[in-house]
Design a protein around this ligand. Structure first.
Ligand code: HSE
Length: 307
């Protein structure tokens, strides 16, 4: 294989209760990337569209991921790399993760698939570390595995695929402000009260159980975050009003997508999800802040080859 074109999905990390432990992949929103073998051993980013990211391979997380994979295999490879960002960095929709997971997937294909999916998660995590200072696994795992994922352990990495109920849809509002993941992590406390930890891990259990049993109401009751949301919502203008509007319109639950500023809601049925999107849109249409909204299925595909 001399050339590969891939689609790597946007992702929602945390899903309220599972900070750094839960993620899901979105349908239709994501990045495209093209990797073409060269006759020499140079790695050259030839095109970046949709975001202002470094062309220098030593400054772009794509280079970090490729070099780690080639080093592991003791191989050299020259590539021209094209990156087409389908959504903005700093959105809370896993922009760096889409690039990192897409790169890990594509290089594995070009090398003849020497790595397992879990190993690809580990390489993609190096890209996350390069981008935001922490080797986070939730977004890259959701992008590589698709569907809902649970990161049961980081050392060693263990990713568990969870079922995706057929009738679950996501609505989201993305305020056009950028929140750097590193900054959103710096506002969090290093220690938390035991009672909050109990609430949180009970909700993670409830959400996982709800996904297995198609219990939409249980899924909704479990979408609570008493640990991260209270700190991060201060970075997101009108967060409480948007969340309230979504819940009043029938969403099962709502919260911050990843590190924000995107606000997401889960609903049963496309019709409700569309109404929830509209209710979120209404709140922001009374503000000066630019935004866009969307409704999406949860994608069961992870990163994939496209033509
Ligand atoms: N779990 C990470 C966080 C995701 O919330 O900081 C970063 O996109």
């Amino acid at each position: 294989m001399d050339r590969i074109k891939i689609f790597s999905p946007a992702t929602v990390a945390n899903i309220s209760c599972g900070f750094d432990a839960l993620g899901l992949a979105l349908e239709g929103i994501g990045d495209e990337m093209v990797f073409t073998k060269r006759n020499d051993n140079q790695l050259i980013i030839t095109k970046i569209e949709g975001a202002n990211l470094p062309y220098n391979i030593n400054e772009n997380l794509v280079g970090t991921v490729i070099k780690a994979m080639l080093n592991d295999q003791n191989m050299q490879l020259g590539l021209d790399i094209e990156i087409y960002k389908g959504f903005k960095p700093g959105s809370g929709l896993g922009s760096s993760a889409a690039s990192a997971a897409g790169t890990a997937f594509a290089i594995n294909e070009l090398l003849g698939k020497p790595f397992t999916k879990t190993e690809l998660v580990q390489f993609a995590m190096l890209g996350e570390e390069a981008a935001c200072g922490s080797p986070i696994a939730d977004n890259v795992s959701a992008a590589l595995f698709g569907g809902f994922v649970l990161i049961r352990s980081l050392n060693p990495v263990e990713v568990i695929s969870l079922p995706v109920p057929d009738n679950l849809f996501i609505s989201a509002l993305h305020p056009q402000i950028e929140i750097k993941t590193e900054d959103a992590r710096n506002v969090l406390p290093q220690e938390i009260p035991l009672k909050d930890a109990i609430t949180q891990w009970s909700n993670v259990g409830g959400l996982v159980s709800g996904l297995y049993t198609n219990d939409y109401k249980l899924i909704g009751r479990s979408l609570q975050d008493v640990i991260v949301e209270p700190y991060r919502k201060k970075l997101i203008p009108h967060f409480d009003s948007v969340k309230r509007a979504a819940l009043n319109t029938g969403a099962l639950g709502a919260g911050i997508s990843g590190a924000g500023p995107t606000i997401f809601a889960l609903s049963k049925g496309m019709e409700t999800a569309k109404a929830v999107e509209e209710s979120m849109r209404k709140v922001y249409s009374h503000t000066e802040i630019e935004f866009y909204t969307f409704t999406s299925e949860i994608s069961v595909d992870g990163v994939k080859t496209i033509t």
